[in-house]
Ligand binder design. Sequence first.
Ligand code: AMP
Ligand code: ZN
Length: 111
Amino acid sequence: MNDCLFCKIIKGEIPSDKVYEDENIYAFKDINPKAPVHLLIIPKKHYATLNDLPDEEMGIIAEIHCVMKKLAVKFGVAESGYRVLANINKEGGQVVYHVHYHLIGGRQLRA
Ligand code: AMP
Ligand code: ZN
């Protein structure tokens, strides 16, 4: 998607602090971290929101979770604890319309 910020990051047109990449997934540090560890994990294929991800392509969400599990170990929060979340559409707080998961940790998180 040409005018999508995260598609531009995947293509290297906008710089990012990459922490992981494979054929289907890209992960990088959030530019405005809410905690000592704040990563964004995204599918390389563009879907605006989770609502736009077809059931038959939902395997990418499992792949993203596998990557998040490994990144939690790599960034030292697997045992102390961390949060994964996805904001969906306006009232969900979504700002960037390319499916992404936040991995947040490194401090005590409140509800
Ligand atoms: P959301 O509210 O779930 O759409 O979250 C979008 C996230 O993208 C926010 O936490 C932003 O800080 C983050 N973000 C926006 N632009 C960039 C960027 N260029 N590089 C890294 N993270 C970004
Ligand atoms: Zn995109």
